[in-house]
Design a protein around this ligand. Structure first.
Ligand SMILES: [Zn+2]
Length: 130
């Protein structure tokens, strides 16, 4: 039985240079050196077709989803900031209302914060997708 299981070859990619390697099944679990870049690695015990690409794609999708949520919060913050800014400027122009200045200042701060945060998130998304 062991002879049948050990027959054939196992295909996997070098963890360093992604070179496709073909190794006899009897070397499974043993350490070998990549013929291209000489990196030492373990031969997988089980066949690992596409195992190199899948986690990378999943990671990009996960980070995109995470940053999308933050982008929504930043946008909402910006919208609230604009509303406060308008309320503040209307109050300041129509009457001597000290709360107008507070709304205006708070709105301006929120707008600036949301804008900077939104740009930072977009840069991070771009960075992860490159
Ligand atoms: Zn290699």
């Amino acid at each position: 039985m062991a002879d049948i299981q050990d027959a054939g070859e196992i295909q996997f990619q070098c963890s360093n240079c992604n070179q496709l390697l073909e190794v006899a099944n009897e070397h499974r679990g043993k350490s070998i050196a990549c013929p291209k870049c000489s990196t030492n690695m373990l031969v997988p015990v089980l066949p690992v077709a596409k195992a190199v690409e899948a986690p990378k794609v999943q990671m990009i999708e996960r980070t995109a989803k995470r940053y999308k949520g933050r982008l929504v919060i930043a946008t909402l913050l910006g919208v609230i900031g604009v509303i406060l800014l308008i309320i503040g400027s209307v109050q300041l122009s129509t009457e001597e209302n000290p709360s107008g200045g507070v709304s205006f200042g708070l709105g301006l701060t929120m707008c600036l914060f949301a804008a900077i945060w939104g740009i930072a998130i977009r840069i991070r998304i771009w960075w992860h997708h490159e």
